[in-house]
Design a protein around this ligand. Structure first.
Ligand code: DPM
Length: 323
């Protein structure tokens, strides 16, 4: 008698937050991997993170790095999941021991977008009237927009995208600033009223890209994930992340970036701003894409020479005081 021994179907467990955006992103990753590796079963396991539970406190005041990632990271360390899909901008630049950023996927438009209430459909960010109420919980957006448009009012806004849009439509805000990428991924790209130009506001580090984290020793998973990596996005994001790491900025500091890749030449621009938008330093560096992280460090040094450290220290003191 011949027995056919088929190799057991290997199952890979993908960890994700439960938010609508997180799930859209995770299902996309699952689908891509399933296509590349039909003999492996990719399963999605959802988890709530601290950031999903605390919805009524301004993000900057919680002050914890890894707000949206910690529970997933524990899941990897405890072998409950094999890798986790994050919005790269929510992934701290220093990962817990034993974990690695194994893959960065192709970036959507990394810019911020202006979304307006119906009554301002003929306005742009620079033509909104005096006192118009703009909703954002990002210190980065706040600082840069205050700098250019001190006549606008800024108000905290939390909750998922639908909640925020409902508050806007109900008239609680005149406009919102949101990542263009999030709106696009949720099929709400038509709500993007204006893409904010980089001359007005630089985007967050890693914005628009997904970052996939796994156990550093798990070479099998790491090699699977290479199938969906996008090397140009990876180079850009590694430069951005090295810049942020070097300045010891968490996710919630007024630090913005822009990267451009022409062939092998990478240009990284960065800004550090005070929360009131009064004090801001900005500069750029260029070099080989293969030196991405070095470029990030170089830019951090340049901005430190121009006073970035003092601006950041002031902000950390204010946040600790709870102001
Ligand atoms: C981080 C920030 C925000 C998110 C801070 C910043 C925005 C907070 C807010 C680090 N994470 O950008 O300066 O405005 O209240 C977040 C969004 C996305 C991932 C939503 C958004 C989608 C875009 C992406 C929240 N995290 O920025 O509008 O995947 O890059």
């Amino acid at each position: 008698m011949t027995s056919v021994v088929s190799s057991p179907l290997r199952t890979v467990r993908i960890g994700s937050r439960k938010s609508q955006l997180a799930l859209v992103q995770t299902y996309w990753v699952q689908e891509q991997l399933q296509k590349s590796f039909p003999d492996i079963k990719f399963e999605v396991h959802t988890m709530s993170t601290q950031g999903d539970k605390i919805l009524d406190v301004a993000l900057a005041k919680i002050g914890d790095k890894g707000l949206f990632t910690k529970e997933l990271e524990l899941g990897m360390i405890n072998q409950e999941i094999d890798f986790a899909v994050h919005s790269l901008k929510d992934l701290p630049t220093n990962l817990p021991e034993g974990l690695t950023l194994a893959c960065i996927t192709e970036r959507e438009n990394p810019a911020d977008a202006l979304v307006v209430h119906e009554k301002y459909k003929d306005k742009q960010i620079d033509t909104l009237p005096e006192g118009a109420v703009v909703g954002t919980s990002s210190l980065r957006r706040l600082a840069q927009l205050r700098h250019h448009f001190p006549h606008l009012q800024f108000k905290d806004v939390r909750g998922n995208l639908n909640t925020r849009l409902a508050k806007l439509d109900a008239g609680e805000y005149d406009a919102l600033i949101l990542a263009a990428a999030g709106l696009q991924r949720l099929g709400m790209g038509d709500r993007v009223h204006q893409v904010i130009p980089k001359e007005v506001s630089l985007h967050a580090v890693g914005q628009g890209a997904l970052g996939i984290e796994c156990r550093a020793e798990d070479h099998e998973i790491i090699s699977l994930l290479k199938a969906i990596e996008h090397p140009p996005t990876r180079d850009r994001c590694l430069a951005e992340r090295a810049f942020l790491r070097d300045l010891e900025g968490g996710c919630q500091v007024p630090i913005g970036v822009n990267t451009e890749l022409n062939g092998d030449n990478l240009t990284l621009t960065g800004i550090v701003a005070s929360v009131d938008g009064q004090n801001l330093v900005q500069d750029s560096v260029s070099g080989k894409a293969s030196d991405a992280e070095k470029l990030g460090n170089e830019l951090a040094n340049l901005l430190r020479q121009q006073g970035a450290q003092e601006i950041l220290e002031q902000i950390f003191t204010e946040i600790q005081r709870g102001s």
